[in-house]
Each structure stands twice: as C-alpha cells, then as structure tokens.
Design a protein around this ligand. Structure first.
Ligand code: FE2
Ligand code: FE2
Length: 334
C-alpha cells in the first residue's frame, strides 16, 4: 500500500522531517502554478481524504447508475436503440473502473471502497434512486442526468489531482454521447403519437427537479466546497453550475417541445452580463430524504449491486487463478 511517508520530495531527509510546512509550501506552489498533484507527491491528509471520498462516490455513482437504464436494455424498442443503450451502460461501467483506479492511487483498496458502498456507509448520487418507469425516462435520463453530469464533470478535467483529471477527459467525451443519444431518442418520440409525447412530458416532469438537485446544496450550505475550491478540486460552485445547466437546457426543452415543470422559470435579462433564466425554489427536503435512504429505489439499487457483486465472485476468482497459473508457468519457463 502506498504511504506518503515513503514518497517524500527529494532533498535532505533530516531537513524534510523538520517541517511539513516545507512540503505544504511546495504543494501550495504547485497548485498556484496550476500543476497537477500526482500520486507520489506529498499532499495534506485532508486533501487525500477529500479526494478519496469524492472519487469513490463518483465511482459508485457510475456503477449504480448502470441499474436504472440496464433494466431497459431488453425492452428497447428497436435493435439500434438496444445497441446504443448497451454501449451507454457499458460506458458507465468503464467510468466506474477508471474512477476506482484513480481512487486506488490515493492508497485505498477497491475492496474497501466496494465494502463501504455495500454496507451503506458510502454514498452515491441520489439521482439513481429514482425509478425509470417508461422508455421516455431513458431519453430524459440521457438528456438531463447525463447533461447535468457533463456540467459537473467538465471542470473536473482541470481538477488539481492528475489521475482524476485525466480520467475525466475520456469520461466527458463519452458523457456527451450519452446526452446526445438521450436527446435524439426524445426527438424521435416527440415526432410520434400523442401518447408518446405525453410520455416524454411525464418523464420530464419527474426528472427535472431531481436533475437540478444533482449539483448539490446551495453554496451557502455546501460544507465541503470551501476546501475543495481552495485545493483546485472544485473549480465552479454548485449554484453556478446549476445555473449554467438551466441556461443550457431551457432552449433544448423549447426545441424538443416540452414544458419544464417550473412556473417560476423566466428569462431575466438583468442578471449577469448576458442574462440568465430565473428558476423556482428547490425542495431540499426531498433531496435530503433521498440522500438519507428514503428514495423510491434506494433499497432495490443496493440489493441489486450486492447481488451483482456476489454473482460475479466466480469471475474474479477465475481471473485470479488464471493470473497465478500464468505466473507459475512463466517462473518454470524461466
Ligand atoms: Fe458516466
Ligand atoms: Fe453517462
């Protein structure tokens, strides 16, 4: 296991023991220069812990996020839609893998992270505790949920921790495909029957507010944001990202021909330099209720994850046994 004590910056060992302050100054200077912090660099313990929490929650969200859509693969209406959805859900698995790997560079084991998810100790994005009731939900999840994820994740490509930032570059490219496939699916449905259009509107009504909650609590109530901003993990505040998302999404809703379920949604030319969309208050009691385990699907999602992990035990064991056999063979050959 990686420990920071083994990876001190070059130079006089005695002098280095003198002061964490010297390391901290070097760390701060790197951040100020906009350099990445890499796994073997010295870093404050709280920076490391914050990253482990954030990256592992992100990884869990990708993996749990496969579930609401995975259940629709067999029910996709055409072969083309089935292929697209299959590719999208596979991408999410890949995102989870990159992120668990990035978290491991901080000295935690994947088994411990997964155990924290399964025991309910670790959180994942609450959005995945909502049900996907109709085929239109799959389009809306791509459009709004992946759309919100892109807003959140693009600034993370400039996050100060190298492995996390680099993972995000590929993740964001794939998320953009996810968003477009969702929007494309909805455009097709909106050209269909009255019932199909009503199905899209119903899905938008159910997913709009939870999507806005994906950006997290208001800046004034976001306990971890201060440090994350200072350390260059977070570049844009929750409220600013949420506003960017609303501003980008309202014209897309118009083009689609759906109504966003907010009577207070109104263009305000006086806000900011170019104007912004004002929107109504978010029901934070719903957000906290879902975060604290009382969403419609919390229990089901966790049970499905645990079952998938248990069912996959033989694959992990077989892979391990194969690696050991190969090593043995290589040893004998040498
Ligand atoms: Fe993803
Ligand atoms: Fe995605």
């Amino acid at each position: 296991m990686y420990t920071q004590a083994m990876d001190i910056p070059s130079g006089d060992r005695e002098a280095s023991e003198n002061s964490d302050a010297a390391y901290e100054a070097e760390f701060d200077a790197k951040l100020a220069r906009g350099d990445f912090i890499e796994p073997k660099d010295w870093m404050p313990e709280r920076y490391r812990k914050t990253l482990i929490r954030q990256i592992s929650q992100h990884a869990h969200s990708e993996i749990v996020g496969m579930l609401p859509e995975g259940g629709w693969i067999t029910r996709a209406p055409t072969l083309e839609r089935k292929c697209i959805l299959l590719a999208k859900v596979q991408d999410e698995a890949g995102h989870g893998m990159y992120l668990y790997s990035a978290a491991e560079t901080l000295g935690v084991s994947r088994d411990d992270l997964i155990e924290a998810l399964h025991s309910g100790k670790a959180k994942y994005s609450s959005i995945f505790n909502y049900p996907t009731k109709t085929w239109a939900d799959i389009g809306v999840v791509g459009w709004l949920v992946d759309g919100a994820a892109i807003m959140n994740q693009i600034p993370l490509t400039r996050c100060s921790y190298g492995p996390y930032a680099r993972a995000m570059v590929r993740v964001c490219k794939e998320e953009s495909f996810h968003q477009r496939q969702g929007y494309d699916l909805l455009l097709t449905l909106m050209k269909g029957s009255t019932d199909q259009r009503a199905m899209v509107q119903d899905a938008v009504n159910r997913w709009w507010w939870p999507s806005l909650m994906m950006f997290g609590p208001h800046d004034s109530e976001s306990t971890n944001s201060g440090d994350s901003m200072k350390w260059g993990i977070k570049r844009i505040s929750n409220d600013d990202l949420r506003q960017k998302f609303v501003d980008a999404t309202v014209p897309q809703a118009k083009l689609l021909g759906v109504t966003l379920p907010d009577p207070d949604l109104k263009w305000n030319p006086a806000r900011g330099e170019a104007g912004h969309w004002d929107f109504g208050p978010i029901d934070w009691s719903e957000f906290w209720s879902v975060v604290n385990g009382h969403g419609e699907c919390n229990a089901e999602r966790l049970a499905d994850r645990i079952k998938a992990w248990d069912d996959g035990a033989w694959v992990r064991e077989a892979a391990l046994a194969h690696t050991q056999k190969r090593r043995h063979r290589d040893c004998v050959a040498a």
